[in-house]
Design a protein around this ligand. Structure first.
Ligand code: PMP
Length: 400
């Protein structure tokens, strides 16, 4: 018998070598208690959270929590069924209404996760003989959506408008084409030149899907994302998003103005063949989305936090993923995985949690300490964070 697990041996070996250095396992941390969107207890210690996707700090919003409790009382703990059978409750419809209003679009379809939204939409709309043209640094859920479908896949260099145009021009003019982009790329926190990319896509007869997972609620005048900020949201055919970041719960969605959009509810397998979200989840999502429509003060504060942290880390001598802050994600580039893990642990000992990101999730084999800010971080917390980075960085020898 061939052990089917032997393919994982190199990874097991790498993990064992890392843990043998005595470093805490960075992928096995437990949040023992969560006090607020920005503070939790980890390893018995009060820890500032700088590695969540809780950009707008909605997880402890009073109205959001009250809506969830109320739905739990009135509709029970789960739907036990697919959206197309017994799993569409009033709350799912209200959640889709909130999304349509938030984006000012005609259609909204809620999935059980953002991962499934990408999986479902990409694999369903791009079929045999069609082409998906995607940025090489796309999220795993975009790649998996491509793998699940039957379209030809064409990747282009990250954020490179010319490369996109060249690829498009090489494709048969009559073929169906879907260009898949992200507003904010989650590893380095950089923003896509959507305006130019969408222009080039449209000139070459492609439809455009933009995953705005990391920009919803924060970027753009109404928090609709990078396409809104760059003035091109009307040219986007499909926006994909998630409830697991600024919305503060779990779930995914696609919004669109396409007149035939509703047919997807019958043909999109990751929508049909899975249970719908629990009533409490859609109730918290709908409440949160509606509150995010009035979030401009919080958006301004989050930008301020992002700028202060970016400048502070750069002044300390850390190497960052972008020259200027472009989103709420600031990536600190580590020399290698070992030093990255040591720095991650040193920060945790200081009472600061960040994400340790490593290949294959990261571009160019980089090890990153990914910091993501929250609108609920106070300016005092941000200066505390910088102090902790300085002490840990000097102790590990990442900065002088
Ligand atoms: N798209 C992007 C760009 C993401 O970063 C993520 C999650 N990190 C997803 C989609 C999937 O979202 P969810 O957590 O809702 O599955």
């Amino acid at each position: 018998m061939t052990d089917l697990f032997s393919k994982f041996d190199p990874l097991i070996q790498q993990r064992e070598t890392l843990l043998a250095t005595g470093v805490t396992d960075p992928y096995n941390l437990v949040m023992e208690k969560v006090i607020s969107p920005t503070v939790a207890i980890c390893n018995g210690r009060e820890t500032i959270l700088l590695g969540t996707y809780n950009y707008m700090g909605m997880t402890f919003d009073e109205d959001v929590i009250a809506a969830g409790k109320d739905a739990l009382d009135k509709f029970g703990s789960g739907t036990t069924g697919s959206r197309v059978l017994n799993g569409t409750y009033q709350g799912h419809k209200e959640c889709e209404e909130a999304l349509k209003e938030f984006y000012a679009m005609d259609h909204a379809m809620v999935f059980s996760t953002g991962y499934q939204a990408n999986l479902g939409i990409i694999s369903t709309i791009a079929g045999k003989g069609d082409y998906v043209i995607l940025d090489i640094d796309s999220h795993a859920s975009i790649y998996d959506g491509c793998a699940m479908g039957n379209a030809e896949i064409v990747a282009f260099r990250h954020n490179d408008v010319e490369a996109l145009e060249k690829r498009l021009k090489r494709l048969p003019p009559e073929a169906g084409k879907l260009v898949v982009l992200e507003g904010v790329y989650s590893m380095l926190g950089d923003v896509a030149p959507l305006k130019e990319m969408i222009r080039v896509s449209k000139e070459n007869g492609a439809m455009v899907l933009v995953d705005e997972a990391h920009s919803m609620g924060f970027i753009g005048e109404n928090g609709r994302g990078v396409a809104e900020a760059q003035g091109v949201i009307d040219d986007v055919d499909f926006i994909i998003g998630t409830f697991s970041k600024s919305v503060g719960t779990v779930g995914g969605f696609c919004v669109s103005n396409h007149p035939k959009f509703e047919i997807l509810r019958l043909v999109c397998r990751p929508y049909v063949f899975t249970a719908s979200l629990p009533p409490s989840v859609v109730a918290t999502a709908a409440t949160s989305i509606r509150k995010l429509m009035q979030g401009s003060n919080k958006r301004a504060h989050l930008w301020e936090n992002s700028k202060v942290l970016h400048k502070g880390l750069r002044d300390l001598g850390f190497t960052l993923g972008t020259d200027e802050p472009q989103s709420a994600i600031i990536a600190v580039i580590m020399p290698d995985l070992e030093q990255g893990a040591m720095m991650w642990e040193a920060l945790l000992e200081e009472g600061l949690y960040v994400n340790l990101a490593r290949p294959p999730a990261t571009p160019a084999n980089m090890t990153l300490l990914r910091c993501s800010l929250c609108a609920e971080h106070t300016i005092e917390q941000v200066s505390e964070i910088l102090g902790r980075f300085e002490r840990a960085g000097k102790r590990i020898g990442i900065i002088g």
